[in-house]
Write a protein that binds this ligand. Structure first.
Ligand code: PLP
Ligand code: TYF
Length: 401
């Protein structure tokens, strides 16, 4: 029956981990996938999360189905974390929200909702470059996808003029996908002033903003600061949608916990939108898994656990920043690299977009057992104080002329 099924290509990011696993060198480093590791290189289960799970055990929680839109105490707390406790959209009861299968599921739910109900042409534009999975998520839901200018290879920073121009040129009522903070893969975010400019063009052109927030807390170590763009847009009257993930900031990767939300005009619109979200979800997976949602709900609804968690997010963000400084310092001062490496410390979040070429990426893999994606993206969380100097030596050797 399946004779004619061709072999498909491996995933660009997850394929790196597969190659890494086959390498037997003790020096090998996996800088591919964006998953946090502690300074011993081990996966990190947050203490606040372990405490929440203990509380859940003691409470003898049952395993009944959640409703179609998930665990209400979770979605309420998740919305407040993203939009702010005083968000007008929440206070006025005009935020439609559903629990999702992490950020990916939220993006797909959002794309399906737009395809079903967006009253204009269904065009979405995404930054160039963007997280690879954005492209098939949007296309498979039926949206037409193009890219807007984002990264500037010359400066390893944001090309704000190019971005504003592309937003201006896009047909009216285009859906604009925006990384709320800690842009993946570039580690380059707009400044607050630049966000204000972006908001203005989007409004002028009557575009529609689709925020992807997979790293709240990871950019600055501060969940409020990292929500600046989202909250600013809502304050300025944009009716945004949001895909939110707790994979990274609560270390709940495999629990698949997130949300999709829609800022509506009023309570009546919210009720109608809620009903259509349910109609999208029901035939896909009926209702979401509950364990991760209860963890997040327990943490966010307990003042002590929430405080502990915010401290842990900051600890993770700070360790990554320390690695940025050490990597740059080794390159410049131990190996006297003549290249410019200020982007390593200028960029933020989980990733460093190193500027390494595909040939250099192949070279560092074959000669130094260092694994990263072909676009030169380094997952900073894969670096530790034990191997940062070795990595600097490897990068210097493959990038010097
Ligand atoms: N969006 C971006 C930009 C990401 O980098 C990721 C994960 O790496 C996601 C969404 C979704 O991840 P998850 O489905 O694990 O929440
Ligand atoms: O490293 C990244 O950019 C992500 C990581 O289900 C990832 O692609 C891995 C698995 C997954 C979602 C995201």
């Amino acid at each position: 029956t399946w004779n004619s099924v061709p072999q498909g290509p491996p995933d660009a990011i997850l394929g790196v981990s597969e190659a890494f696993k086959k390498d037997t060198s003790p020096k090998k480093m996996n800088l591919g996938v964006g998953a946090y590791r502690d300074d011993a290189g081990k996966p990190y289960v947050l203490t606040s999360v372990k405490k929440a799970e203990r509380i859940m055990m003691e409470n003898n929680m049952d395993k009944e189905y959640a409703g179609i839109t998930g665990v209400p105490s979770f979605t309420k707390a998740a919305a407040a974390l993203a939009y702010g406790d005083d968000s007008p959209a929440i206070k006025e009861n005009r935020l439609a929200i559903a629990q999702s299968i992490s950020g990916t599921g939220a993006l797909r739910m959002g794309a399906e909702f737009i395809n079903a109900w967006f009253p204009h042409a269904k065009n979405v534009i995404v930054p160039n470059p963007t997280w690879g999975n954005h492209i098939p998520i949007m296309k498979n839901a039926g949206l037409a996808l193009e890219k807007y200018t984002y990264f500037d290879k010359q400066t390893n920073g944001l090309n704000i003029d190019g971005m504003l121009e592309d937003l201006h040129k896009a047909p009216k009522n285009t859906v604009v996908l925006l990384h709320a903070c800690a842009h993946n893969p570039t580690g380059v975010d707009p400044t607050q002033e630049q966000w204000d400019q972006i908001s203005k063009v989007i409004k002028e052109r009557e575009h529609f903003s689709f925020f992807d927030m997979a790293y709240q807390g990871f950019a600055s170590g501060d969940c409020t600061r990292d929500a600046y763009a989202l909250r600013k847009f809502v304050d300025e009257g944009h009716h945004v949608v949001l895909a939110q993930s707790f994979a990274k900031n609560m270390g709940l990767y495999g629990e698949r916990v997130g949300s999709f939300s829609i800022v509506c005009a009023d309570e009546q619109e919210k009720a109608r939108v809620d009903s259509q979200l349910k109609i999208i979800i029901r035939p896909m997976y009926s209702n979401p898994p509950i364990h991760g949602a209860h963890i997040v709900s327990t943490v966010l609804n307990s003042p002590e656990l929430k405080k502990e968690w915010l401290g842990e997010v900051k600890t993770m963000a700070d360790r990554i920043i320390t690695m940025r400084h050490q990597l740059r310092n080794h390159l410049e001062n131990d190996f006297n690299s003549k290249k410019s490496w200020n982007h390593i410390t200028d960029q933020i979040g989980m990733f460093c977009f190193s500027g390494m070429t595909p040939d250099q990426v192949t070279n560092i893999k074959n000669n130094w057992h260092v694994y990263l994606t072909q676009d030169g993206r380094i997952s900073m969380a894969g670096i530790s104080s034990a191997n940062v100097k070795y990595l600097a030596e490897a990068i210097h050797n493959v990038t010097k002329d």
